[in-house]
Design a protein around this ligand. Structure first.
Ligand code: NAD
Length: 285
């Protein structure tokens, strides 16, 4: 496809999306914007973008496709600014944020103006951030959830998939609420638990320095995601608040249940707890 692509946020996800767009559409011109001068310089140097702009308006008003890959709170603010701009009538806008309900609500003024906004979430990533971590194949075979509203025409969704075909991801359409529930369960809540485990180890390491040295193997595996960007995760928790509060209550009940089993030395039920978990885990694709 020919046209101008404007990528806002040249970090891990924005950089990787830009690479995938370039790969499938070498004739497209990719313009980038970022608050970090370092990420802009690096994106230019690595050929991720052709040019950069320092104002939102300069990039947005010329663009055929606008991709937002900034922390979710910034996405919400930028969507409000875009709604006041004189954008191209056929422009397509999508984001890559890890939550969708508040983002799609923030896009309502744009959608009401007839602009095609389609929420997006490529379900792959890493605990690394910045343009230096961007990879062409980051999203290959991953799920890429799209949340178009009812007013968005099918052809616009197909057009977005066309722009993003270089990701080689598997696109799935879901509602914003379903998206937030699914990702709350399999990504956002586990992240809270991982960071909680690290904090617990940190507290005990004040009593015994051996904790840090022994925290290898399984502990490192299940807490790897605690090294991700704190700003990004702060925004995710604030934007998926209701779902996460519900999951936290479920988790507290589960912990109370297991605490009871351990306190009562209920060997049979403890075995059932681990057996049930193992069966479901072993069946995961
Ligand atoms: P990142 O920290 O690597 O990149 C974000 C970039 O946005 C940074 O370069 C930052 O300087 C820039 N930025 C922040 N506010 C800005 C603003 N107002 N204007 C312009 N640039 C701005 O983070 P990332 O991992 O690429 O995450 C980006 C988005 O993708 C987030 O919404 C996140 O929820 C989502 N996401 C992340 C992952 C992951 O695993 N990291 C996976 C899927 C989706």
């Amino acid at each position: 496809m020919k046209g101008k692509v404007f990528v806002i946020g040249l970090g891990l996800i924005g950089g990787s999306l830009a690479m995938a767009v370039r790969h499938a559409h070498p004739e497209a011109v990719i313009v980038g914007m970022d608050l970090s001068e370092k990420n802009i310089q690096l994106s230019m140097l690595l050929g991720i973008i052709d040019d950069s702009v320092s104002s939102l308006e300069a990039g947005a008003c010329e663009a055929d496709l606008i991709l937002l890959a900034v922390p979710v709170n910034e996405t919400v603010k930028i969507l409000a600014q875009l709604a006041d701009m004189d954008l191209k009538s056929e422009v397509l806008i999508s984001d890559a944020g890890s939550t969708k309900d508040t983002v799609v609500k923030a896009a309502k003024p744009l959608i009401d103006k007839g602009v095609a906004f389609i929420g997006g979430h490529p379900m792959a990533g890493s605990h690394k951030s910045g343009a230096a971590a961007a990879k062409l194949h980051l999203f290959e075979h991953a799920f890429y959830l799209l949340t178009p509203g009812d007013s968005i025409k099918e052809e616009k969704v197909e057009q977005l998939k066309g722009w993003l075909q270089g990701t080689r991801a598997n696109f799935l359409i879901v509602s914003p609420a379903t998206h937030d529930k699914l990702t709350g369960v399999i990504s956002h809540f586990p992240h809270i638990v991982a960071s909680g485990l690290v904090k617990q180890a940190e507290n005990y390491s004040k009593e015994n320095k051996l904790i840090s040295r022994l925290a290898a193997g399984g502990f490192r595996d299940i807490t790897r995601i605690a090294s991700s960007s704190p700003e990004m995760w702060r925004d995710i928790l604030l934007h998926n608040r209701e779902v996460l509060l519900e999951l936290m209550n479920d988790w507290l009940n589960e912990m109370e249940h297991i605490k009871g089993l351990v306190a009562n030395e209920d060997s049979e039920e403890i075995l059932r707890f681990f057996t049930d978990a193992k069966i479901f885990r072993d069946d995961l694709p």
